[in-house]
Design a protein around this ligand. Structure first.
Ligand code: A2P
Length: 315
């Protein structure tokens, strides 16, 4: 397993299990199986609606002595309706209570988008708060507070552009991680390079192209990453599966990746990719597939009157 080492010596396993779209009722069994396979990094979020079941599972695994809390790397995320300073500590408190943990290894601001307190999912422009009303710097200062209280050992952001991260340059704690959609169709080399220069580690979400993403995030002409012909050819040549090529590429370029699966054999297949090496030719061939193509476009934030645009979001 490759690891990302933080300044204080903490090590995050580069391959984690994603839990977005892992439904309540199936996520617990998936976590249990993942731990058996060897996964030690779990990516969660309060908006995924499954943290209570994940917490029950962790508790059972700890009680049975299968793993201890310190063996695991647990990430969660602050939802957009908890951006106001006074909401951040209660939000991480609720997540810790659901996960039945005393601390998170990593807590991320889920999106650079603020919603009204009682809004979980948006249906109109009325549901939003602007970044003038709740500046990202206000949310970030409250994130620093929860880190300093020991509730999160590391803090970071998600879905942030270079310029939004750079906006935190005067902060007490600079964002340590940026979790973004990243795969060969969306290499985002600028974010990887900026991260390497400024110490912001990148975690790739949807590293397999999220073929199970919600219908609202699909369009008819979406290419299917796992069915890419060039990836299939490389996979055949190196004796791996397409998913393993995608994950080995992500890890080898120095990012971490959090593929979601609830299927035991696919979880094992994905985990095995962490021990693979692609040669320079294969890495170059995968690099060449970039087409700046997002699956999670962020257009759901662009409701009339919301004050948010996709262009501004990613710029
Ligand atoms: P499943 O959970 O049934 O295994 P992403 O991580 O990019 O969001 O992709 C998740 C999607 O990819 C899910 O539909 C998941 O289905 C599927 N998936 C996960 N691992 C593999 C694999 N090794 N081969 C094919 N599909 C996979």
């Amino acid at each position: 397993m490759r690891y990302h080492e933080f300044k204080n010596g903490d090590r995050m396993p580069a391959l984690g299990l994603g839990t977005w779209k892992a439904a309540p009722g199936e996520v617990g069994a998936a976590i249990e199986e993942a731990v058996r396979i060897g996964y030690r990094h779990f990516d969660c979020a309060s908006i995924y609606g499954n943290e209570a079941e994940i917490g029950d599972t962790f508790q059972r695994l700890f009680a049975d002595g299968i793993v201890q809390r310190d063996d695991l790397w647990i990430t969660s995320k602050l939802w957009c309706n908890r951006h106001e300073a006074s909401d951040v500590a209660p939000a991480i408190g609720a997540t810790l209570s659901d996960l039945q943990c005393e601390y998170l290894d990593l807590y991320l601001v889920h999106w650079p988008v603020a919603l009204k307190h009682d809004v979980k999912s948006v249906s109109s422009g009325e549901d939003f708060l602007t970044l003038e009303q709740v500046p990202l710097s206000e949310t970030w200062a409250a994130m620093e507070d929860v880190a300093e209280q020991g509730l999160a050992r590391h803090i970071g952001v998600s879905n942030y552009s270079v310029s939004k991260i750079a906006g935190h340059s005067g902060a007490r704690i600079f964002p340590e991680v940026n979790q973004v959609e990243m795969h060969p169709y969306l290499r985002q080399q600028d974010l990887v390079d900026y991260g390497a220069e400024s110490g912001v580690f990148i975690t790739a979400y949807s590293p397999l192209g999220s073929k199970d993403r919600p219908d609202g995030m699909r369009s008819a002409d979406d290419p299917v990453l796992l069915e890419d012909a060039a990836i299939a050819k490389i996979a055949e040549r190196v004796g791996a599966t397409p998913a393993q090529v995608l994950l080995a590429w992500a890890l080898q370029r120095g990012t971490s990746a959090i593929p979601k699966s609830v299927n035991p054999s696919r979880m094992a297949e994905n985990f095995a990719a962490a021990s693979m090496e692609l040669d320079a030719e294969a890495m170059g061939e995968v690099d060449a597939l970039d087409r700046a193509r997002r699956y999670v476009t962020g257009t759901f934030w662009e409701l009339p009157g919301s004050g948010y645009t996709v262009e501004e979001l990613w710029s």
